[in-house]
Design a protein around this ligand. Structure first.
Ligand code: ING
Ligand code: ZN
Length: 310
């Protein structure tokens, strides 16, 4: 009889391993975690969403966080696993985490683009998009971060199905985008913050990416992103992040989920671009999983505290 192997948070795990772990960690922590499926992917895999927080009778504010929008950004999948582990293992001992989970919930989608992620493990490590068929083309997939209702396909996106930034045949043409958007729309009264985790470039981005207009809450978003969340992250290993509206900080691009969530009314809407700055890029060595996740935890906890107190 084989012994049960402990989940290794310092390695990249494939979807089968992540899926088994999602089921076991939620059953083992039923007091803190509820699990639901928000829909299936194009190829039929279940999109498990974990709600993490102390169960209470009254409604709590919530943060929605997803990882793995883009298949090859493996450090992001690792971060969602790390976050969930930290939440359940430090609840009750770390006063900050205990306070957060007592007073709010985190909805964590550990792998958004499951089909693409599988493909990076089996066929092409550098795959980015979903794996849906495109009618009239032999090219596969849509860029899910060009597929949302935020200036859809007007800039920094392509209408060519063979492009890496194909915006899709219509807004939310991808079932994964639709599943996520439907969940956030249905729960928008409690979702105060939307965090979407990408890599790489060490940036904390906020709206807008689809236009040069400043967000209505620009000064609050800037001040608090630049001055605090990034400072918190940097305090651990000196990792330097830049921050600002997506259009001027990284590049103009329409159809991103953060801009869509912001326009829906989710004020604290951020895109993280985790390590590194390009030395390893998407192929970030496993030795950097732990430090990357530890430093990112500090900024996510900072944001969570800010959301709770504002
Ligand atoms: N970067 C993001 C991308 O989708 C981004 C940058 C953020 C674009 C927000 C649009 C909106 O291109 C990576 N690395 O995927
Ligand atoms: Zn990305």
């Amino acid at each position: 009889k084989m012994a049960t192997k402990a989940h290794d948070y310092t390695k990249y795990n494939n979807w089968a391993t992540i899926n088994d772990w999602v089921i076991s960690i939620s059953s083992a922590n039923a007091d803190l975690i509820s699990r639901q499926v928000i829909g299936n992917t194009y190829e039929g895999r279940p999109m498990h969403l974990l709600q993490i927080g102390k169960k209470t009778s009254s409604a709590k504010p919530a943060i929605f966080m997803d990882c793995g929008f883009h298949a090859r950004e493996w450090i992001t999948h690792a971060f969602c696993q790390w976050f969930i582990k930290e939440a359940v293992s430090t609840y009750g001992s770390d006063p900050e985490m205990t306070n957060l989970l007592d007073r709010m919930d985190f909805f964590v989608l550990p792998v958004f683009n499951i089909d693409g992620y599988e493909y990076t493990w089996t066929k092409d490590r550098m795959w980015r998009k979903t794996r849906s068929r495109n009618s009239g083309s032999s090219c596969i997939g849509t860029d899910p971060n060009r597929n949302f209702d935020a200036g859809w396909c007007t800039t920094g996106a392509s209408s060519n199905p063979c492009s890496e930034t194909y915006c899709g045949s219509s807004i939310e043409s991808e079932i994964e985008s639709k599943n996520l958007a439907n969940f956030i729309r249905s729960n928008k009264s409690i979702i105060k913050s939307y965090l979407t985790i990408h890599s790489y470039s060490q940036m904390l981005l906020f709206p807008y990416s689809y236009k040069y207009d400043l967000a209505a809450h620009h000064s609050e978003l800037v001040l608090f992103a630049v001055a605090y969340a990034i400072a918190a992250l940097r305090s651990l290993y000196g990792t330097r992040y830049t921050s600002g509206p997506g259009a001027v900080t990284i590049y103009p691009s329409a159809g991103g989920s953060d801009d869509w969530a912001y326009d829906l009314g989710v004020k604290y809407s951020y895109t993280f671009e985790l390590r590194d700055e390009g030395r390893y890029g998407f192929l970030l060595p496993e030795s950097q999983i732990k430090p990357t996740c530890e430093e990112t935890m500090l900024s996510v906890k900072y944001i969570a505290n800010h959301v709770l107190n504002n």
